[in-house]
Write a protein of this length. Structure first.
Length: 174
């Protein structure tokens, strides 16, 4: 599956919000200090900022100021707290540490989707952390495959992300 599979399930907005072009991605990756997965960049370039099905799934947009602020001020510090509270496996690094957890998605129920930034970006696994603070579930597939799985109605472990058709992608209001 891919961005094309997501497009078949729910089309992108005609005017995506904060959708970067190639030069925009160069700036985002320079600010992060790491290359991002190709499928993620294709998705965000097509869909921009927003969420599926009334915030049941949000793919964070590192090019959007509000999402960038959420990642750096909320999600990454939360991962640091989870390490201290041993909610993440002992020794789990948090981005920007090498191989560290980097939040890329969330939902209105408190589930968190993170990449483990180990190796090549297109091979980064996702670890999904349920809101109930259970152990994370690792998925060795691209982020867009995981999004398409949710849109296809697949239940993935203890996650609260369950989407039912028909789907809507709602651009963020700026």
């Amino acid at each position: 599956m891919s961005v094309d599979a997501i497009r078949q399930l729910v089309g992108p907005p005609t005017s995506p919000i904060d959708a970067p072009d190639a030069a925009g991605w160069v700036a985002v990756e320079a600010r992060l200090g790491v290359r991002l997965p190709t499928d993620y960049k294709r998705f965000v370039s097509a869909y921009g900022s927003g969420s599926f099905d009334d915030f049941r799934l949000q793919v964070l947009n590192f090019a959007a100021p509000e999402d960038w602020e959420s990642v750096t001020s909320d999600y990454q510090p939360l991962l640091d707290e989870w390490v201290e509270m041993e909610m993440l496996p002992p020794g789990t690094p948090v981005f920007p540490q090498s191989g560290g957890a980097l939040t890329w998605g969330t939902n209105g129920f408190g589930d968190t989707l993170v990449w483990m930034t180990e190796g090549e970006p297109d091979s980064w696994p996702t670890v999904a952390y349920p809101s109930e603070f259970e152990d994370g579930v690792r998925f060795d597939l691209p982020a867009t495959d995981l999004v398409a799985s949710f849109l296809n109605g697949q239940s993935l472990g203890a996650l609260s992300i369950t989407l039912h058709a028909p789907h809507v992608f709602e651009p963020s209001v700026r």
